[in-house]
Design a protein around this ligand. Structure first.
Ligand SMILES: *[C@@H]1O[C@H](CO)[C@@H](O)[C@H](O)[C@H]1NC(C)=O
Ligand SMILES: *[C@@H]1O[C@H](CO)[C@@H](O)[C@H](O)[C@H]1NC(C)=O
Ligand SMILES: *[C@@H]1O[C@H](CO)[C@@H](O)[C@H](O)[C@H]1NC(C)=O
Length: 275
């Protein structure tokens, strides 16, 4: 995995306290579930997402982004991502404001891969995350359950019967059942695409956004070759480490917004589903 470090300065005040808490919380402590009812009201700065129905119809938002916490797994490591935030200036020490520095791999937690991640010519040509198509990252998406006893092979892809015209698919697998994203030590037996499964998708479907529920779109045996099948065409966006727990399979509106990291082959992303 490329390890492009991203350093961002952010205001401490804008960061949920959970990110700085020392304890090993499973997720954001103020949110009892991964879903919440949101209103169309503009005052969305409330501390919880339970905003009630402000008369805007009350659409149902499901957050499918993992909270950024030190215990998130890293491929091939037992240590997790480690501390992400550091207070560079603190009011306790006489500064006029608290100011945190964020430091992490561009592939931390829920993130997108740009075509240059595993295809050098695309990287050289500048196809970074800032060139990803927002029209593709936002639109109708299908959440499907993959049979739990297999990786995503050509046979599995065929059996899912995903209709032509479907452009965005989130694949929920055994990884979600095993809660692999909540284990600090990475599990290399995770489920992902085989090279054949990836090729079948490219050849026989219209899918251009592929979302998965662990660190890599392709299983460990096909770590590079599976990525390459998707990245080579430059048409497919890969979204990894999605939080697909407690969501019903079906059609949703998907919204994914990566950071505009010029020159980066990946970026953390906030992804939500709207029913
Ligand atoms: C500012 O940082 C200090 C630690 O230096 C912390 O105790 C305090 O809660 C922070 N204040 C705010 C408003 O976040
Ligand atoms: C504040 O200063 C003390 C003493 O220099 C240091 O140990 C501590 O880490 C500092 N805290 C922050 C939040 O900068
Ligand atoms: C998926 O493939 C990996 C190796 O790439 C293997 O360790 C794992 O057991 C497979 N999972 C299933 C459910 O077949």
């Amino acid at each position: 995995m490329a390890r492009l470090a991203v350093v961002l300065m952010i205001l401490f005040a804008a960061v949920p306290q959970a990110l700085l808490a020392a304890g090993a919380q499973p997720d954001h402590p103020r949110l009892p579930t991964c879903s919440a009812t949101a209103a169309a009201a503009p005052d969305a700065a409330a501390p919880t997402q339970e905003l009630g129905n402000g008369g805007g119809g009350g659409s149902r938002i499901v957050d499918i982004t993992h909270a950024m916490r030190p215990e998130l797994p890293v491929m091939g490591s037992a240590a997790g991502v480690g501390p992400l935030l550091r207070l560079k200036k603190s009011m306790a020490n006489g500064s006029r404001s608290n100011l945190s520095e964020l430091r992490m791999s561009a592939h931390t937690g829920t993130h997108v891969d740009a075509p240059g991640h595993m295809w050098q010519r695309h990287f050289d040509a500048g196809f970074d995350v800032d060139t990803l198509d927002l029209e593709l990252l936002n639109g109708p998406a299908l959440l499907v359950d993959v049979p739990r006893d297999t990786n995503i092979t050509a046979e599995v892809m065929k059996s899912l019967n995903i209709p032509r015209g479907v452009r965005r698919v989130l694949f929920r697998t055994l990884n979600t059942d095993k809660r692999l994203m909540w284990q600090k030590e990475s599990d290399l037996s995770f489920v992902g695409f085989t090279e054949g499964g990836a090729q079948w998708l490219v050849d026989h479907t219209d899918i251009k956004l592929v979302g998965v529920d662990y660190l890599s779109v392709s299983s460990y045996d096909y770590l590079i070759s599976g990525h390459v099948v998707f990245s080579k065409s430059r048409e497919i966006v890969i979204v990894e480490s999605l939080k697909l727990d407690d969501v019903e399979a079906g059609m949703y509106m998907l919204h994914c917004l990566p950071l505009r990291l010029v020159g980066a082959e990946g970026s953390p992303v906030r992804c939500i589903l709207i029913k």
